[in-house]
Ligand binder design. Structure first.
Ligand code: PMP
Length: 360
């Protein structure tokens, strides 16, 4: 394995080294079968065993109740922005959305093509630096569902407690799935692109309560119905084979770390270190308001854009890669998902201290 740098990329994101090494072997020759992993039929015994094991691990790690289906789909998390309303909304029906960042905004746009949308919270006016204080969303009780994004990858905010409502909750957990314990039974649908906390791009995990499978209009084309994929165990058509396999490897790795409770502790520690470094000086200014700070994507600014560019450049020379913030916020973003190592965070924090002293 060539020397690796610390990769703060927001997604696709860093993967555990053992996952990369295993995948590099299996791609060429899976299990000494003489066939490479990405050449195998998705209907072969070997590949069905991979899918079953991946689903079993996810169910175990997230404690997914028996009345939920796990689907491995394609089209990225963005396709879910449309599939959710296509399956659950209709022209005369209303859904409630919380607009907390780019990804909720994109989802709202899609839902409006299908039905009516009520936006019950919107923080765009303050550059999406906050989330609702009051989590009572009983205003959504008579709507089809309440939709929100648990962690706002670009702006660096995260719900530390979830909204309260009697209607079905739909959550985009693309950037914090498996980073902390979640009670799956309080959601109707949880979905997540795999490329941050679970594996590679090209595979989207959908966890859906089974009573929601029958709500889609009959006129909805087959590939867009959740039921199509649920009935066929994600094998209605060729699934994202390599993506499913990688999710399986990452879940095995996560289990070996001690599962979600153990990774939660490490995530808390990593995030606390970076926020301490931000708060230690006026030189750094966190973008997210304190109560809503994300433990996955940490966003901050320096006094000037020039200093931010210098920070990114000098960090790179210290093997700290991918720290440039998203173009819509500017500044710095450190994405520290499950697989990002603690020693990389320690290296960043040390660099932040030195850089602030030298440039204040
Ligand atoms: N939701 C969230 C929270 C995201 O961070 C992203 C991508 N960064 C998306 C949705 C879109 O995912 P995709 O590119 O897989 O469509």
């Amino acid at each position: 394995m060539p020397a690796r740098v610390f990769n703060f990329s927001p997604g696709p994101a860093t993967l555990p080294q053992e996952v990369l090494l295993q995948a590099s072997k299996d791609i060429v020759n899976f299990n000494n079968s003489g066939i490479g992993l990405i050449e195998m039929s998705h209907r072969s015994k070997d590949f069905i065993a991979i899918t079953d094991e991946t689903e079993r691990l996810l169910r175990e790690l997230m404690n997914i109740p028996a009345n939920y289906k796990v689907l491995f789909l394609q089209g990225g998390a963005s396709t879910q922005f449309a599939m959710v309303p296509m399956n659950l909304l209709g022209p005369d029906k209303t859904a409630t959305y919380l607009n907390t960042g780019t990804w909720s905004k994109n989802a709202i746009k899609e839902a409006k093509l299908i039905g009516k949308v009520e936006v019950a919270f919107d923080s765009e006016g303050t550059k999406f630096d906050r989330l609702p204080d009051n989590l009572d969303f009983s205003s959504a009780n008579d709507k089809e569902y309440l939709y929100f994004v648990s962690n706002n990858t670009i702006f660096g905010t995260q719900f530390h407690e979830f909204p309260k409502t009697k209607t079905t909750m739909i959550c985009d957990m693309s950037s914090d799935i498996l980073s902390r314990p979640v009670d799956v039974s309080s959601f109707g649908i949880i979905f997540a692109g795999a490329q941050k906390n679970m594996g590679t791009a090209g595979c989207t995990v959908v966890i859906i309560r089974d009573d929601l499978l029958d709500l889609a209009p009959a006129t909805l084309p087959t590939m867009f119905k959740y039921k199509t994929h649920a009935d066929k165990g994600s094998m209605f058509n060729t699934p994202p084979c390599f993506g499913i396999y990688t999710v399986g490897l990452v879940l095995k790795w996560l289990q070996a770390q001690g599962g979600v409770p153990a990774i939660t502790e490490i995530n808390n520690k990593k995030a606390a270190l970076v926020y301490q470094a931000i708060d230690a000086t006026d030189f750094y200014r966190g973008h997210a308001q304190k109560p809503y700070r994300s433990k996955m994507n940490i966003t901050f600014n320096l006094p000037t854009p020039e200093l931010e560019a210098k920070f990114v450049k000098e960090a790179l020379a210290k093997d700290l890669n991918g720290l440039k913030g998203h173009r819509s916020v500017g500044g710095i973003r450190a994405s520290i998902y499950n697989a990002f190592p603690l020693d990389g965070v320690e290296r960043l924090v040390e660099f932040m201290g030195v850089f602030a002293k030298q440039n204040s």
